[in-house]
Structures are given as structure tokens and as C-alpha cells.
Write a protein that binds this ligand. Sequence first.
Ligand SMILES: *Cc1c(COP(=O)(O)O)cnc(C)c1O
Length: 230
Amino acid sequence: MLKENLTHVQENIAQACKNAGRKREEVTLVAVSKTKPVSMLQEIYNCGVRDFGENKVQEICDKREEMPKDMKWHMIGHLQRNKVKYIIGDVALIHSVDTYRLAEEINIQAKKIKRIVPVLIQVNIAGEATKFGISREETLQLVTEISKLDSLRIKGLMTIAPFVENPEENRAYFREIKELSVDIAAKNIDNVSMDILSMGMTGDYMVAIEEGATIVRVGTGIFGARNYNK
Ligand SMILES: *Cc1c(COP(=O)(O)O)cnc(C)c1O
């Protein structure tokens, strides 16, 4: 069942790449497994997926014990500074850096374990009050400040587009954040690359790929609807 879902998502990704004249290898699928049991993660892992996204530190800590060691954990949710230390050694990419203070803490913890940790800057592209992320206007400033910290590396931008019925409604937002990433890349800031653009979820990942996403984060489309009441 999950396997069929995954195949369907993979086919859509391939189609969107084709639509945009992009190579399939340019896009990484992150399977968003929040709230789902490890048995389901294992099923998707067995299909060859290695990139998994979680939005809670506690869930990453619980699940990593039971999952194979070659999994790549993506922290995609709001991250509290006091919890950075619990996941710093195990995350492949932190998508949700939106303040200098958080970056500073990541830098301190990364230094302790002698690693350089890759991060994305989360941009609130639609300016929604309910969402985390820095505003479009403040992004360059934040990137410039964080770039001076030596134990983390900015690899690009991440955004969560509004929830919409018709994914076309988000196309302009995806285009805007792509433009922002191109503008920042053109500044050639030391230690900053804009290679990654993490955008697109179950409802809109095809449009996101057409507009330049290099990571799509798909949960419901693979694992089914989430039940938060359990
Ligand atoms: C939950 C979540 C997703 C996946 O959402 P779906 O609509 O289930 O695909 C993607 N990105 C972030 C940041 C999330 O929190």
C-alpha cells in the first residue's frame, strides 16, 4: 500500500522534472514521517528511500534508535534552542533556521562534536502570521549574519507555502523564493551556497519542482493522513 503511494509520488516527481526540462537527479524526495510508526518508515526505507523528515526532536530521538544507521534525518519543524544538542549529531540537514540565536546555538553544539552542520534558512514567503520563518525582506541580512558562524553552513532556503486547494495558487510564491535564492547566490557571500531549495508538500510538490525545488517534503502522499488525536 505504502509502496504504491511512493511509486505514484516518484512518477509525479519524474513528470514534473520533465515538464520543467530538469534532470530527475536534481530533486530529492524527503519522506515526511512525523506521527507515523517506525514500521511504516521501515517499509519506505525498504523501497530505497533514505531521506526522512520529522518536525519534533523527541520523535527523531525515539525513531533513530530503531531505524538503520544510514538514514538521513531532516529536521523540518520549528527547533527550540535548548533541544539542538539532542539531534545535532544525527541530522543530515536542518531546514528550519529562522533566527540568529538559533544559528548561534547550532554553531556552539556543532563545534562541540567537531562537525560542520548544513542548514537552510526558513523563509515565510507568504507572510502568514501562523507560520515560522523570516520575512523575504530580512532574509539577506540574516544569511549574512549567520554566514560568519564557522561550524554551520547555509546551503539554501526552505519555505512552507500556504495551504491551498489548487496548487497553482502557490506558483507565484515558489517563483518568488527561487528569485530570492538566485539574488542571494549572486552576492557570493563566503560560506553560503544556494544549491538547495526545499519547497513543495503533498498538495503542491509538482508545481514546486516546476519552479525550481531541489527538495520536496511529502508526508500525506506517502504515509496517508495523520491522526494527531492518538
Ligand atoms: C508535515 C510537513 C510536511 C508534509 O506535509 P504533507 O502535506 O503531509 O505532505 C512538509 N513540510 C513540513 C515543514 C511539514 O511540517
